[in-house]
Ligand binder design. Structure first.
Ligand code: NAD
Ligand code: ZN
Ligand code: ZN
Length: 377
């Protein structure tokens, strides 16, 4: 089969590799119909993580079931399914509580497994023609009859729609809240969209990329251009000096100042200042336990200089981590089916898998107009 293979920093290629196949009786084999490139893939692409050479990337996958293992009961050949980026077993202590991003079984020694991802287990990604899905009955989300017609909406259920929603859950966004979101990448835009679905009264989205900010405005958010005065000041102005009720971090450890220099503690400390007293901050942007490629000495050790005193004085709360996609994907699917949600509005490029190499290059450079790439194998 053809697949996008990692060969080293900024070196990926679509190659011929052995076909994915059923390996255990609980597996399902999926023919991929759409697979996205994610901001998380760029951490690997840029060589900032220790993903092994030869790894097939791709964790945002959707397709048609073409084979099921003998122990698979619910999922049938021909089903159109969307796969959560995290792989769960369904029976460990964390999966049982809905925390499938922290499955204790699928990646022994670590809490959490995923397709095509550094440190997330031996699983190949789905930027390929076929994908092996472990524990298929548990991990496949079946899609309704309009699956083909709304393919580009449903594929967002694999990661960024639930992840954006998770940011608002971690932040405790409720109807009427004011919400400050750092990052207008796909995740930040999905957090803004989720906050709108939840009935937030004011949603402020921070970035420097005008094309991405324009998308935030399109869904009714206020665009906060970090290049035009500090984001914190602008958010305080929009909230009568009090700060937002809730904050979402949708950038991660590679956050930059407006000169595009990495300042690893910038978004976290900006959030402490942008969110009001007793407010809540949800952090879905990725921070690494070790980042040897960082320029900053603390960041190399996975640490940031955090405004903890201000955070404490304000009595704020914070929650972090991978999105437990399965906790949300069923309900978000039903919002798409009911024409209430249409997350495909963020897609800028729909390309064949054969164009993946160039797509990585342009998306990584955050070229204007490259917001979200969907690949069709
Ligand atoms: N927790 C999870 O489960 C999960 C899932 C998917 C993605 N992620 C992570 O979420 C983050 C965002 O993903 P994405 O796909 O949107 O990535 P992206 O890189 O496309 O978007 C990040 C955006 O942040 C902006 N940015 C940089 N510095 C900023 C700053 N100081 N203030 C405001 N904005 C700033 C960039 O201009 C960019 O538009 C990444 O770290 C990704 O790995 C986490
Ligand atoms: Zn992703
Ligand atoms: Zn589990």
């Amino acid at each position: 089969m053809k697949a996008l293979v990692y060969n080293g920093p900024r070196d990926v290629n679509v190659l011929e590799v052995p076909d994915a196949k059923i390996e255990r009786s609980t597996d399902v084999l999926v023919k991929i119909t759409t697979t996205n490139i994610c901001g998380s893939d760029l951490h690997m692409y840029e060589g900032r993580t220790d993903v092994e050479k030869g790894k097939i990337l791709g964790h945002e996958n959707m397709g048609v079931v073409i084979e099921v293992g003998q122990a698979v009961d619910r999922i049938k050949v021909g089903d159109r399914v969307c796969l959560p980026f995290n792989i769960g077993c369904g029976f460990c202590k964390n999966c049982e509580r809905g925390l499938t991003g922290f499955c204790l079984t699928v990646n022994p020694g670590t809490a959490g497994g995923a397709y095509g991802f550094a440190g997330m287990g031996p699983y190949s990604g789905g930027q390929a023609e076929y994908l092996r899905v472990p524990y298929g009955d548990f991990n496949c989300l079946r899609l309704p009859p309009d699956a083909e017609e709304k393919e580009n909406d449903y594929v967002m259920l694999s990661d960024i729609f639930p992840t954006g929603y998770h940011a608002t859950e971690l932040a405790g966004v409720k109807a009427g809240d004011t919400v400050a979101i750092y990052g207008a990448g796909p995740v930040g835009l999905m957090a803004a969209y989720s906050a709108r679905l939840k009935g937030a009264s004011k949603i402020m989205v921070v970035d420097t990329h005008k094309d991405r900010l324009a998308l935030a405005e399109k869904i009714g958010a206020i665009a906060i251009d970090n290049g035009e005065g500090t984001a914190v000041e602008q958010i305080l102005e929009h909230t009568k000096g009090k700060g937002a009720d809730r904050g979402c971090e949708c950038v991660g450890y590679q956050c930059c100042d407006h000169h595009n220099h990495e300042v690893p503690n910038l978004t976290m400390n900006s959030l402490v200042s942008s969110v009001g007293a007793t407010g809540t901050i949800g952090v879905v942007g990725v921070f690494l336990a070790k980042d040897p490629g960082a320029k900053d000495a603390l960041a190399k050790q996975g640490q940031i200089a955090f405004d903890f005193g201000k955070f404490w004085m304000k009595g704020q709360k914070m929650a972090t981590g991978q999105a437990n996609v399965k906790a949300y994907n069923r309900n978000l699917r039903d919002l798409i089916a009911a024409d209430i949600a249409k997350p495909s509005f963020i897609i800028s490029h729909e390309l064949p898998l054969s164009k993946a190499k160039d797509a990585y290059k342009n998306f990584d450079a955050r070229e204007a107009g490259w917001t979200k790439v969907v690949l069709k194998p």
